[in-house]
Design a protein around this ligand. Structure first.
Ligand code: 13P
Length: 253
């Protein structure tokens, strides 16, 4: 059975002390309230907090995630953080290809393919983000565009490696806008993506990949979204900054 995932992407929010409070609340609530053994909660916190916050997590129900990495293992790359470094402080998931990084830091599909390889080489799990703009959706090219992102960054992988990858579909027009994709829009795209994976790797492999939805997920809409057959959870931004709401989302499967 595919893993169900509630991943919080804190983005560039919270000071160290604020983050400590939020994380300790999340850990305690999840320990007490998330009873489904197939649900994995992930908290992707700002890089400077990873080492310290990792030590606060005392349950396998919550995993530590990073929001980015650099594909080289070490060397003269001032300001960057490598996958071995992240691994050494207890990170197990790494978000890559978030639309904000594609937009503000010009990250290309080819660069993301390098990051995927670096993450898998260390035995960690990439959360690979993809998604279209509103213009692309209005033009009717959204399916081709998002499938293309997956082809360009993931289709060089072996089936074994692909199975270790999590995909997050995040329509850009739904991120931070309060406009959530409808259940039908989310299911439609997730099915297209799973069919796309199946076209290269076969249905059995495609059926093992968790595909998360991201974009204005909250405590009120999570249950309906997660009930869609091809939606295996959420990558949550704003609502992951509130412990009660994020825990409720993790209980929505
Ligand atoms: P919001 O949940 O704030 O829309 O952000 C979604 C997102 O970008 C998660 O990575």
């Amino acid at each position: 059975m595919r893993k169900k995932i509630a991943a919080g992407n804190w983005k560039m929010n919270k000071t160290f002390e604020e983050g400590q409070i939020l994380l300790s609340e999340v850990v305690n609530m999840v320990k007490d309230e998330v009873t489904n053994p197939n649900v994995q909660v992930i908290v992707c916190v700002p890089a400077p907090y990873l080492s310290s916050f990792g030590k606060m997590i005392d349950t396998p129900k919550v995993a530590l995630g990073a929001q980015n990495c650099y594909p080289k293992a070490s060397g003269a790359y001032t300001g960057e953080v490598s996958v071995p470094m992240l691994k050494s402080v207890g990170v197990s998931y790494i978000i890559i290809g978030h639309s904000e990084r594609r937009q503000y830091f010009n990250e290309s599909d080819a660069f993301l393919a390098e990051k995927v390889d670096a993450i898998l080489a260390e035995g960690l799990t990439p959360i690979f983000c993809c998604g279209e703009t509103l213009e692309q959706r209005n033009e009717g090219i959204h399916f081709d565009f998002v499938c293309g992102q997956i082809t360009n960054s993931l289709f060089h992988l072996s089936a074994e490696d692909l199975k270790k990858t999590v995909i997050a579909y995040e329509p850009i027009w739904a991120i931070g806008t309060g406009v959530t994709a409808s259940n039908d829009q989310a299911q439609e795209m997730h099915k297209v993506l799973r069919d796309h994976l199946a076209s290269k790797y076969g249905q059995e492999v495609a059926d093992e990949i968790s595909i998360l939805y991201g974009g204005s997920v909250n405590g009120a809409n999570a249950q309906e979204l997660f009930a869609c057959p091809d939606v295996d959870g959420g990558l949550v931004g704003g609502a992951s900054l509130k412990s009660r709401e994020f825990t409720n989302i993790a209980k929505s499967f």
